[in-house]
Ligand binder design. Structure first.
Ligand code: ADP
Ligand code: MG
Length: 352
């Protein structure tokens, strides 16, 4: 194997300078990406940012207009989907409705002419992995959404791909089931140890499940990092706003509050809302005064939207440790001081 200086040969998936143009639209506009072996990797971004197109180019359903795709160090840019060691789980599952669960899971192996006995054993094993033992005779129509999702997963896993591609795999499930499946998907990935590359537009899903996240915006990647890096040190205002609440302090407000120019941010849960405007402040804290524009009581926590005297607004989230709903709701229109530890404010320097 020859080593390409611009590509990481040990990476499970490696993209270099990948573009995809549909007519006038650059759906993907210059993407470099390395996904490590065994990683649970998320591509996160708003609708239309190019995530699915990237996934389809890795699977082989689309050919890049420019750039290269490598899998395990091997250039697969021009290869057909079935010549690549990947499998895809689609959001709509794409199960065959007339076939029972076992036949659905076996299908890929049948196409590959795997003998019937081995086919059956591997399919039953895959169904055990996704905890669907005993469901093999049912038709997809006799399953819940979560169970259909698992069949789709088993159908991909049965081929033992090096990389599993998942396009919004939990998108069709309601919130509670989605949260359960997030934990389960992660457990399955840990158990079988293959690389999972999944697409989501849900920041919380990306933060809770992934080893690393690539944040997409308009066909490009704005940042790649661990959940903590992306959340605590966003590389651009876009990332700060998409992965969490952006809470920007900029322009005159930055000069007045922090004494310097630039764009800064503090996460809502790092802000302390205080009605004592002139109580002494710890030496390691900064603060800003303002007026509460909105109070949203949400049981465990309350969300305050505060218009700063220096300009701009910040959102603060406080745990309702002692406070009742009555206590917090009467703070609407109140004068408050927001305080935070300096180590929790960060500067944002990337492109808008
Ligand atoms: P995402 O998955 O992040 O929502 P997509 O990759 O599906 O984004 O789409 C990115 C952009 O490319 C969108 O503007 C979309 O309309 C466009 N696009 C995707 N597929 C096609 C296609 N087959 N033909 C024309 N435009 C497409
Ligand atoms: Mg998509």
């Amino acid at each position: 194997m020859t080593t390409d200086v611009s590509g990481d040969v040990s990476a499970a998936v490696s993209l270099r300078g990948v573009r995809k143009v549909f007519g006038e639209v650059a759906a993907v506009d210059g993407v470099d990406l390395d996904v490590r072996d065994g990683e649970f990797f998320a591509m996160l971004g708003p609708s239309g940012s190019g995530k699915t197109t990237v996934l389809r180019m890795i699977a082989g359903f689309e050919t890049p207009t420019e750039g290269s795709v490598r899998l395990g160090g091997r250039d697969v840019t021009g290869l057909a989907p079935f010549d690549r060691d990947v499998n895809t789980v689609f959001q709509d599952y794409a199960l065959f409705p007339h076939m029972n669960v076992l036949a659905n899971v076996e299908y890929g192996l049948k196409v590959k002419k795997v003998p019937a006995k081995e086919r059956r054993e591997r399919a039953l094993q895959a169904l055990r992995t996704v905890r669907l033992e005993g469901y093999d005779k049912r038709k997809p129509g006799q399953l819940s959404g979560g169970q259909r999702q698992r069949v789709a997963l088993a159908r991909a896993l049965v081929n033992r791909p090096k990389v599993l591609l998942l396009d919004e795999p939990l998108g069709a499930l309601d919130l509670k089931l989605r949260e359960e499946m997030q934990v389960e998907l992660k457990a399955i990935q840990r158990q079988i140890g293959i690389t999972f590359l999944f697409v989501t537009h849900d920041q919380e899903e990306a933060l809770t499940m992934s080893d690393r996240i690539a944040v997409f915006n308009a066909g490009r990647i704005e940042q790649v990092g661990t959940p903590a890096e992306v959340y605590e040190r966003p590389a651009s205002p876009f990332v700060a706003g998409f992965v969490g609440t952006s809470n920007l302090i900029e322009g005159q407000a930055a000069l007045d509050i922090l004494g310097r120019e630039g764009v800064y941010s503090v996460r809502p849960e790092k802000l302390r809302v205080d009605t004592r405007l002139d109580a002494e402040l710890p030496r390691d804290e900064n603060s800003a005064t303002g007026t509460v524009a909105e109070v949203v009581y949400a049981g465990a926590a309350t969300r305050f939207v505060v218009d700063l005297d220096a300009g701009g607004r910040l959102v603060a989230v406080q745990q309702n440790l002692q406070a009742s709903s009555m206590d917090v709701l009467k703070l609407r229109d109140a004068r408050v001081r927001l305080a935070w530890r300096r180590e929790h404010e960060f500067s944002i320097t990337g492109p808008m």
